[in-house]
Design a protein around this ligand. Structure first.
Ligand code: CMP
Length: 138
């Protein structure tokens, strides 16, 4: 079964010039890019996207970080996409991320952790629709 997941290469990845290297890891792992763009979230966008975290102590910091510059948003297609992509990116905290994972290679800290990966098929669909119109998804 072919599924989709949603990712963002977060502002730190764009700032550090890591877009190409990260996309190379993603495509080398067998993910097909179904949608992709450089975009910047507004404060309102980030508060809505991360609404599930609004009571967390790091919410303000998270919104600041995710809105401070452009991100690369993308929808990725692969068999078992959500789970395989989370394996490819590694643990939320790069200190706990496995060798060779995107976060181990490119993330600075638990807050600035380089990439997002959806945690379920349902959220992948919601998050993809948040960033892309139907005609932008191939
Ligand atoms: P992600 O799992 O993609 O989505 C929630 C984000 O909140 C997470 O990545 C981190 O960027 C951020 N986050 C999670 N835990 C912490 C924390 N303890 N301190 C700061 N930021 C965090």
């Amino acid at each position: 079964r072919t599924d989709r997941t949603f990712t963002m290469l977060k502002p730190d990845s764009v700032e550090k010039g890591h877009i190409g290297a990260i996309l190379e890891k993603i495509t080398a792992a067998g993910f097909k890019i179904s949608a992709m763009k450089l975009t910047q979230m507004t404060t309102a966008d980030a508060k809505e996207f991360y609404a599930i975290h609004k009571e967390r102590p790091f919410f303000g910091e998270l919104v600041e970080y995710m809105t401070r510059g452009p991100i690369v948003a993308a929808i990725l297609e692969k068999e078992n996409a959500v789970e395989d992509f989370r394996t490819l990116i590694g643990a939320t905290n790069p200190a706990d991320a496995a060798e060779g994972t995107i976060r181990k290679l490119y993330a600075a800290s638990i807050g600035e952790n380089a990439v997002h990966g959806s945690d379920s098929d349902e959220n992948a669909a919601i998050e993809g629709a948040f960033h892309f119109a139907g005609r932008e998804i191939f």
